[in-house]
Design a binder for this molecule. Structure first.
Ligand SMILES: [Zn+2]
Ligand SMILES: [Zn+2]
Length: 227
C-alpha cells in the first residue's frame, strides 16, 4: 500500500469520527451516531428530549391542546387521513387495547347501563321486536325440552314461507302478513303445554288475531299483554 493511500485511509477514518460535546467521555463516535450538522450524538439528543418533555409535560400538553382547538379542521382532516390509511393498524390497536383493559370496559358498560335504564329497555325492546321469531323459537324450544317433548331447532322463516293458509281460519295470507311477526304467529298445533313437540310438523302459521282468539284454553301461547 502506498504512503499516499494509507494517509487517505487514516484521513477518512478521522473524518468519519466525531466526539459528542455532551458525552466526550465516550470518545470519538461514528458520524451516523449524529444527525447531520449536530454536535450532540443521537443518544444524548434523545435523552435530552425525553428529559425536556418530562420537565415540561403539562406545558407541552396544554399547548398541543390549544393548537388542536385553534386548528380543529386541519387537525381533524389530518387525523382522518391517518385513520384511513391505517385501518388494519387501528383494528389491531383497538383489539389490543380492549384485551388489556377488558375489566375497565365491562365496568364502564355496567356503569352506563345502570345510569341509563330507559335506554337499555328501549334497546332491548327494539331488539326483541326485530328478533321476535328467534326469541319465541328459543323460549318455546326450551319449554318443550323441559317437558321432555321432542325438540328440533326450527327456522321460523321456513314455516312462514310455506304455502299454507291460516290453520285456524283457513284464510290465505298476503305476502306482507306472512312475514310480519305482529300480524302472524308461528303456533304449535298441539300446544307445548300438552306436551306437543317443537317440530316443523307440529308448527303452523296463524293470524295473530286467530291465535289470540283461540285463547288460553287450547293455545300454548298466553295472550299478549296490551293486545
Ligand atoms: Zn453524546
Ligand atoms: Zn286466521
Amino acid at each position: 500500500m502506498s504512503r499516499r493511500n494509507r494517509e487517505n485511509i487514516e484521513y477518512t477514518i478521522l473524518m468519519d469520527l466525531k466526539t459528542c460535546t455532551h458525552c466526550p467521555e465516550n470518545g470519538p463516535q461514528p458520524l451516523d451516531a449524529f444527525r447531520p450538522g449536530h454536535n450532540r450524538c443521537r443518544e444524548c439528543t434523545k435523552a435530552y428530549q425525553r428529559a425536556y418533555y418530562k420537565a415540561n409535560r403539562e406545558r407541552i400538553r396544554t399547548s398541543q391542546a390549544r393548537y388542536a382547538a385553534e386548528n380543529r379542521d386541519g387537525v381533524q382532516a389530518q387525523q382522518r387521513r391517518w385513520r384511513d390509511s391505517n385501518v388494519e393498524h387501528r383494528k389491531e390497536y383497538r383489539r389490543a387495547h380492549y384485551e388489556a383493559n377488558r375489566e375497565d370496559y365491562l365496568e364502564q358498560a355496567k356503569q352506563w347501563a345502570s345510569e341509563n335504564p330507559e335506554r337499555i329497555r328501549e334497546h332491548k325492546a327494539k331488539w326483541t321486536s326485530r328478533n321476535a321469531d328467534a326469541v319465541n323459537e328459543k323460549s318455546r324450544r326450551y319449554q318443550a325440552r323441559k317437558r321432555g317433548a321432542t325438540v328440533e331447532k326450527l327456522d321460523y322463516s321456513l314455516i312462514r314461507g310455506r304455502d299454507e293458509a291460516c290453520y285456524l281460519c283457513e284464510v290465505s295470507f298476503s305476502e306482507a302478513e306472512r312475514f310480519d311477526t305482529k300480524l302472524t304467529h308461528v303456533d304449535h298445533v298441539v300446544p307445548i303445554a300438552k306436551n306437543g313437540p317443537h317440530s316443523y310438523a307440529n308448527t303452523a302459521l296463524t293470524h295473530a288475531r286467530c291465535n289470540l282468539a283461540k285463547g288460553d284454553r287450547l293455545s300454548d301461547r298466553r295472550p299478549q299483554q296490551g293486545g
